[in-house]
Write a protein of this length. Structure first.
Length: 57
């Protein structure tokens, strides 16, 4: 059975300083130290692909 409360919501913020962000869920690690998520996605305000980094919601 799945454990309750293993997912948490995080805010992915654009590094292009446009203020654009989106919210996604992340599985909370058990036993290992948590690593920050970073991914390249399209920022509609900057109109190009930029790096998004994880921030606290």
């Amino acid at each position: 059975m799945a454990k309750k409360g293993r997912t948490l919501l995080i805010k992915m913020v654009s590094t292009a300083q446009t203020g654009y962000f989106f919210v996604r869920s992340k599985i909370r690690p058990t036993g290992t130290p948590a690593r920050r998520i970073s991914q390249i996605k399209f920022d509609p305000k900057a109109r190009r692909h930029v790096l998004f980094i994880e921030k606290k919601l």
